[in-house]
Design a protein around this ligand. Structure first.
Ligand SMILES: [Zn+2]
Length: 314
């Protein structure tokens, strides 16, 4: 099987195992982790993240796709360290999230693409760690002019490298339709693209409209949050899509990150069981109980993410 780039180097795709479609091992909005490091206790943060990733590994997870970008405080050295210590595969991303840096606002689209291509083919910073996915993000209010530039740059980088795109989108406003439209305008291969946070809506017609263009859907953000669909509603949406024949296009995840521990705090805010295991310990058993087959569960947890990452039908 082809190899997939992780923060520890290439891994044979057959070894990825259960793969969570949209996660983070560290999130630093505003790049606070880089600019204001004294706000956090990095020894405790690292130890806690390793504990959670090791717990996920012991619970049967093989790989997480970490969709952190520079504007989310992406730190591939941290990612490499916690991956090595926990034994969990971590895949890093290139791309840009919602906070498009001012330097990208007027940057030529092909130059944007070339930045992403460099992180895919050469590596991120001087670490040699290669990105395995391209992240883009559009939220409430839809695709902004600068967000559109990132989408077009990402589509061009995908066309040059075959590295897949994974999006963040605001499903209640159907922002995914605009993402799909822009990718189509760029002539991107739609079967190399995943529209993320799609379980934030239970509008099957909307989700099917996107699926019919060839994209994958990441059914993530389990277990839900205030004002958003509950995990039971997310499961019902997943089940409805499976019943309509879409299991080969669905992946599951949490969009979880252990919160960095503040300086002076003695322990993580939530020292309980890691949320990386909510899907496999709560959502999947409930899907099984509702009649989803073991084969379909394996398809969503193992086969679809592998195909998404490699671009191979195996
Ligand atoms: Zn995310």
């Amino acid at each position: 099987m082809p190899a997939v780039e992780t923060v520890l180097g290439p891994v044979d795709a057959s070894k990825l195992g259960v793969t969570l479609s949209h996660e983070h091992v560290l999130v630093g909005m505003g790049e606070d982790n880089k600019h204001y490091p004294w706000l956090f206790d990095w020894d405790l943060t690292k130890a806690n993240t390793i504990r959670e990733l090791a717990e996920a590994k012991a619970g049967g997870i093989g790989t997480v796709i970490d969709l952190s970008t520079p504007d989310l405080g992406r730190d591939v050295s941290f990612m490499r360290e916690v991956s090595r210590a926990s034994g969990l595969n971590v895949i890093a991303a290139t791309g840009i999230w919602r906070d498009v840096p001012r330097s990208f606002w007027a940057r030529d689209l092909d130059e944007i693409a070339s930045i992403f291509v460099r992180e895919i083919q050469v590596g991120i910073e001087d670490t040699g760690i290669k990105a395995g996915a391209i992240k883009v993000a559009n939220d409430i209010g839809g695709v902004t002019p600068e967000g559109e530039r990132i989408l077009r740059g990402a589509a061009r980088a995908l066309k040059q490298t075959n590295c897949p795109i994974s999006t963040h989108h605001w499903a209640p406003e159907q922002v995914g339709s605009r993402q799909v439209q822009i990718f189509q305008e760029e002539g991107a291969p739609m079967e190399r693209i995943c529209i993320g946070h799609s379980a934030d809506t239970d509008d099957i017609a909307y989700l099917e409209t996107m699926l019919k263009t060839g994209v994958y859907l990441s059914m993530d953000r389990y277990p839900g949050a205030a004002g958003r669909p509950s995990w039971e509603t997310r499961n019902a949406t997943v089940k409805a899509l499976i019943d309509r024949g879409w299991v080969d296009r669905l992946m599951l995840g949490h969009d979880y990150a252990p919160a960095p521990i503040r300086a002076g705090a003695s322990a993580p805010a939530s020292p309980g069981p890691t949320r990386y295991l909510f899907v496999s310990t709560v959502a999947v058993p409930a899907l099984r109980a509702s009649g989803v087959s073991e084969k379909d569960i394996q398809t969503m947890l193992v086969d679809v993410p592998r195909r998404f990452l490699t671009g191979s039908a195996d």
